[in-house]
Design a protein around this ligand. Structure first.
Ligand SMILES: *[C@@H]1O[C@H](CO)[C@@H](O)[C@H](O)[C@H]1NC(C)=O
Ligand SMILES: *[C@@H]1O[C@H](CO)[C@@H](O)[C@H](O)[C@H]1NC(C)=O
Ligand SMILES: *[C@@H]1O[C@H](CO)[C@@H](O)[C@H](O)[C@H]1NC(C)=O
Ligand SMILES: [Zn+2]
Length: 530
């Protein structure tokens, strides 16, 4: 197969799906010329030399968190982005990949080499590492240990609390439940991320009754009750009536105490004499008067917000993440003292757990559009924008597809492969796509003619897992930053460093008043507590 051959096989399936297996052309004839690469390098040197360091305070801080968006996912997303526009794809960049500063983050939790989203969110939002599946508490709190989680000295403060204490406004936007691990790490202190509602806390033995579920912490307690903008899914966890026809999705938590926390949230606003809007559809969200509303709550799913590939994009349907971000920023940027906003592309992770790369990567590209919208609405001279992931996944990009080969497609043959069968470029070391048969020897599935770009195609894996059970990966994730103090990301860092940079840039929390002491820990392999 030649590199730039354009092969388009389009077949219309009975259920209306169009399959397109393509080898994309490279649009740049000049790529064969040395001059092209020499000029590209020179231009990039000039750009690097001219790169200003913005040493000012960050009035605003926005953290864009792609859940499960490891470096492999970013590369694959970059290629898909280009291919959707008709390019080969490899030569392009995602928006955050043009940010001036990047670093790598170590994602391990105190008790696991490969972490979950709760321990990692605690790290990058509070600056302190904790244990697997715990939120807002330090390493003294083990999973499900309610008693230890109630001790003040075991609880950690987060960037959300630092921001509120300094008079900034705060918001969160996610495509998962608003009580899911990443957003919950902003406001909840709990020994289990599963305690999203009361029913998940039952049957765990002594002491759980004195702990409060995550949804109640969001609505009833500081700092959750002060969050000006809350958007995501989670009507079920909030005890609000479910939309007709929506089933309990993966990881849902139906309340058992009969509370309707959306009504409680509204009463709270009324008692405070504040204006508020509650939205459950795109139409309702876009109708919010962002200039005159104090608090906004948007719940766009009984459990999670629908995947981008499934979304009803009518006004009765659910919003694109960029629409949520636009409303959130229009509301938050009114405030003179600035704001902190977390935006989570939460279902990139879900797509990968199901080993469905199309789902995950479309979520990633929607997340990128949300970032672009944010960059239109803020001034980077006074806003630190950080883009990162909590952890990776066990997906890899197999060798050696031709340049411009469909990133969701097959590598037809490779002389290195001994069974002569095609294989997908994107594959998982473990996951639900394990499918081998026995015919005198172990045989892989022959994927010839299979629409591997379908949103529900499950990519092959080497170790079987339950459905949705593909695991996280343990290599470092990247952090990309632009705006004031973005240059503080510059090497391999602990993931906890993200909270410190955000706090330092904005002069809040432990860096309140901006006493800028710097300790040099240069390059030693040290553990600071021995
Ligand atoms: C680059 O050169 C190769 C070898 O001659 C050729 O096959 C290919 O089409 C060229 N690429 C472009 C973009 O012109
Ligand atoms: C895989 O399937 C295709 C189409 O059915 C067939 O042409 C090809 O020979 C098969 N490959 C092997 C190695 O069996
Ligand atoms: C597993 O592979 C066989 C062919 O080898 C195929 O018929 C079957 O549909 C596959 N199962 C799944 C769940 O993809
Ligand atoms: Zn996950």
């Amino acid at each position: 197969m030649t590199a730039f051959r354009l092969t388009v096989l389009i077949s219309l399936f009975t259920h209306g799906w169009i399959q397109a297996e393509r080898v994309y052309p490279s649009p740049k004839e000049c790529e064969n010329d040395s001059e092209y690469w020499m000029k590209l390098g020179e231009d990039e040197i000039k750009e690097a030399l001219a790169q200003p360091r913005i040493n000012r305070f960050a009035k605003n801080v926005i953290l864009f968190l792609g859940d499960g968006m490891g470096i492999t996912a970013v590369t694959a997303g970059r290629i898909l982005k280009g291919q959707k526009r008709g390019f080969a794809g490899e030569e392009g960049y995602l928006t955050w990949e043009r940010f001036p500063n990047i670093g790598l983050l170590k994602t391990y939790s105190l008790d696991k080499q490969v972490p979950d989203s709760a321990a990692t969110a605690t790290a990058f939002l509070s600056g302190v590492k904790g244990n697997f599946r715990t939120l807002g508490v330090n390493g003294r709190v083990k999973l499900n240990d309610c008693k230890a989680s109630l001790k003040e000295k075991n609880r950690v403060k987060t960037i959300l609390e630092w921001a509120q204490e300094s008079g900034k406004e705060t918001g969160l936007v996610t495509t998962t439940q608003v009580t899911h691990a990443t957003p919950a790490a902003l406001y909840a202190k709990t020994p289990s991320r599963k305690w999203q509602c009361d029913t998940r806390m039952k049957g765990l033995g002594g002491g759980t009754e004195s702990c409060k579920d995550i949804a109640r912490q969001l609505v009833e307690d500081e700092p959750g009750r002060n969050i000006k903008v809350i958007m995501g899914g989670g009507r079920q966890e909030m005890g609000s009536p479910l939309a007709k026809g929506e089933k309990e999705g993966e990881g849902g938590c139906p309340r058992g105490d009969g509370k309707n926390l959306v009504d409680d949230w509204k009463s709270c606003r009324k008692n405070e004499g504040k204006t508020y809007s509650y939205a459950t559809s795109t139409g309702e969200l876009l109708a919010v008067d962002t200039e005159n509303t104090d608090f906004i709550l948007g719940l766009f799913g009984d459990v999670h917000v629908p995947y981008e590939v499934d979304r009803d994009n009518s006004s009765k349907g659910t919003p694109h993440i960029k629409e949520m971000v636009e409303v959130a920023i229009r509301r938050l940027r009114r405030h003179d003292k600035g704001f902190f906003l977390l935006v989570e592309g939460g279902r990139i992770d879900h797509g990968f757990h199901y080993s469905k790369p199309k789902r995950a990567l479309e979520e990633l590209l929607a997340f990128e559009e949300a970032l672009e919208k944010a960059l239109e609405l803020v001034d980077l001279k006074e806003t630190l924008v950080v883009v990162t992931a909590d952890h990776s996944h066990v997906m890899t990009i197999n060798g050696y597809p031709e340049r411009g080969n469909n990133i969701l497609g097959l590598i037809e043959t490779s002389e290195d492969v001994s069974d002569g069968l095609p294989y997908t470029t994107l594959m998982f070391t473990n996951g639900p796509g394990y499918n081998f048969t026995w015919n005198d020897k172990v045989q892989r599935r022959n994927l010839t003619g299979v629409n591997t770009g379908h949103k529900d195609f499950v990519s092959p894996s080497g170790v079987p897992t339950r459905e949705g059970g593909e695991t996280h990966g343990g290599e470092d994730v990247a952090v990309y930053a632009s705006g004031p103090m973005a240059h503080l990301f510059h090497r391999v860092h602990e993931q906890t460093y993200v909270a410190h940079v955000m706090g330092y840039a904005a002069c809040i929390g432990p860096y309140d008043g901006c006493v800028r002491s710097v300790r040099d820990r240069s390059n030693a392999y040290t553990t600071l507590c021995d």
